[in-house]
Design a protein around this ligand. Sequence first.
Ligand SMILES: Cc1cc2nc3c(=O)[nH]c(=O)nc-3n(C[C@H](O)[C@H](O)[C@H](O)COP(=O)(O)OP(=O)(O)OC[C@H]3O[C@@H](n4cnc5c(N)ncnc54)[C@H](O)[C@@H]3O)c2cc1C
Length: 332
Amino acid sequence: MAEYKGIMVYGEIVEGKLSSITTEILGCGRRLADELKEELSCILVGETLGDAPKKAIAFGADKVYTAEDPLLKEYQTDSYVAVMEKAVKDVSPRVLLLGQTSVGRDLAPRLAFRLGGTLSMDCMELSIDPATKQLQQTRSVYGGNARATFTSEIFPQIATVRQKAMTPLACDESRKGEIAPIKVELDPAKIRTKVLETVKEEVVGIKLEDAQSVVAGGRGIGGPEGFQQLEELAKVLKGAVGASRPPCDNKWVPDTMQVGLTGKIVTPELYIAVGLSGASQHIAGCSGAKNIIAINKDPEANIFKEARFGVVGDWKQVLPAFTEKVKELLAG
Ligand SMILES: Cc1cc2nc3c(=O)[nH]c(=O)nc-3n(C[C@H](O)[C@H](O)[C@H](O)COP(=O)(O)OP(=O)(O)OC[C@H]3O[C@@H](n4cnc5c(N)ncnc54)[C@H](O)[C@@H]3O)c2cc1C
């Protein structure tokens, strides 16, 4: 039976660069590998990988396995699963970490089945049990109302990790590591689907996930027109506009603006929550914000329990005055 050892991270490359979730899980993987006193490896798959393997070392990996082939130009289930299944069988890591991205969501369950391992999706915390050396995987359950920690005695233990849940290490180009190319043997006949077109999400201004100030609106905004006022404040703060689920479901704003359990995770310095109640599923997406300011007409709204500052009142009256004051302060 294979001896399972070390932590392996599946790295994603977006527009030629390591994705931010990859640097986050490398930071987490480094911590876990140090606790186990074992190796942290990273596997990168693509047509050409450029300097991504070196970057993976700079972000914490001891060893980077590279799989390069024209058939791996973009993510495709059959080819990527085949390459990953072989690589994980050869390396036998005790833990395999992937991002909770569209790729991670597709790849992880298929690998868990093929490798006979276990899987926890969308983990928010990972640690090693010092007694058993097993991975403790914490994720939210019951629609975001509780958290549960899972572990198993079966290897490999596979986990996908929520974006922004982990902190990357500082990039250290002087860090030393090994780059090990993997021989890729793919049968084109076995690749059953092909990517016809890739459509890039259009972002005007700053990306919601990267913004340091987010102005988020909820059902209380009442319609798409109200969001124009949120946009004005976001512009003054050089930030982005987000939303709770109802404005997205009602098509007042695009789905890409949803923050929460089934939306985006944001960790800005400032999160201004306007006309939203602060349901646990929404808070799951913004609890990492440094400061939450709530504007809500209901003094009992849950958002006030999460907020550092709060204004009880109708946002239609509060927001224009708030925006004017911010403009004045920033100008002075
Ligand atoms: C599995 C699951 C996943 C989910 N995922 C998400 C998710 O990712 N993101 C998410 O947001 N939700 C999610 N939800 C939905 C979530 O449970 C809540 O229903 C939702 O967040 C409520 O949105 P809201 O706060 O905008 O609306 P409401 O709860 O209806 O709150 C509206 C608030 O606006 C206030 N208000 C009304 N008028 C004004 C005014 N004029 N001035 C000031 N305040 C006013 C009200 O006092 C109230 O507090 C999910 C639910 C489930 C079951």
